[in-house]
Design a protein around this ligand. Sequence first.
Ligand code: F6P
Length: 340
Amino acid sequence: MLTGGGDCPGLNAVIRAAVRKGERHYGDDFVGFRDGWKGVVEGLTTRLDVETMRGTLPRGGTVLGTSRTNPYKLDGAVERIAGVLDDQGIEAVVAIGGEDTLGVAHRLHQEEGVPLVGVPKTIDNDLSATEVTFGFHTAVQIATDAIDRLHTTAESHDRVMVVEVMGRHAGHIATYAGIAGGAAEILIPEERFDIDEVCRALVARHEKGRYASIVVVAEGAQPAEGSLTLADAEVDQFGHVKLGGIANVLAGEIESRTGFETRVTILGHVQRGGTPTAYDRVLSTRFGIGAIDAVHDGAFGQMVALRADQIVRVPLAEAVGELKTVDPDLVHGVAEVFFG
Ligand code: F6P
């Protein structure tokens, strides 16, 4: 087993469940690879059994460690993977990760014939093949708790609070936490925002006698062409830009255009740390059991997914195929009712 990409509350619950069902039901032996694909390339392993997983259900992070290593970007790495799997006597790989980790899993299965099953993971909840990914509910709860706290200080000072949450390509966390936390504006990557409109709405709200406003912005939200300039950022091995900081630009503009005192909270990795919610623990447990059952059914090249509240199997290609964006009705039919 391995965990790749950004960590996510519920990873240990997946591993624990797969190991438990595998060991006790099927008589499996497990090997944990350290730090995602890096561990598979370099043969870095750790003991993994029911004993080592004791007490990990409520723990955030991943006992296996993780990285954003992309073997397809490293010379000779794909060839080394075959050797390492052979040396370790590995009969099946369970890869837990988001679109990048599962993208590598898909290629290794398709091109190298590695017997592989995937488990979808991302707090961003933007994989189209599954209705929900574990970690999302936890991130939403953490962001909502933060917004609840920001309301009282915002009201005391009559300030605008800009809250930046994660969400690289899609605004699921921003939309859910914004609705749950009673935001006055929610800005998401799916729809470019117009800073003039945002400021107009805030002014109109304050003119109606309302004190204080919470603006929730997803880190990947983009201003309308030519309206604001964002700084260039670093890029990782999968070509992703390191995001974070749009709230600072936004707050500066809001304060200078409206005259309202504005403060910024960037929640960052707080959203990914700590204990998973009960929902995420249950979903992770179901995914872990589903993954080891898939291995024993020889359902390689597939990943587990949640559809109509059932654990199903879908081709790994689907996991990396289409981005799941926020349902426009949730933004325009629900969240927007409370804007302004
Ligand atoms: O993909 C999950 C995610 O949390 C994104 O929302 C965010 O942009 C990214 O990971 C941050 O990753 P890192 O841990 O590399 O800063």
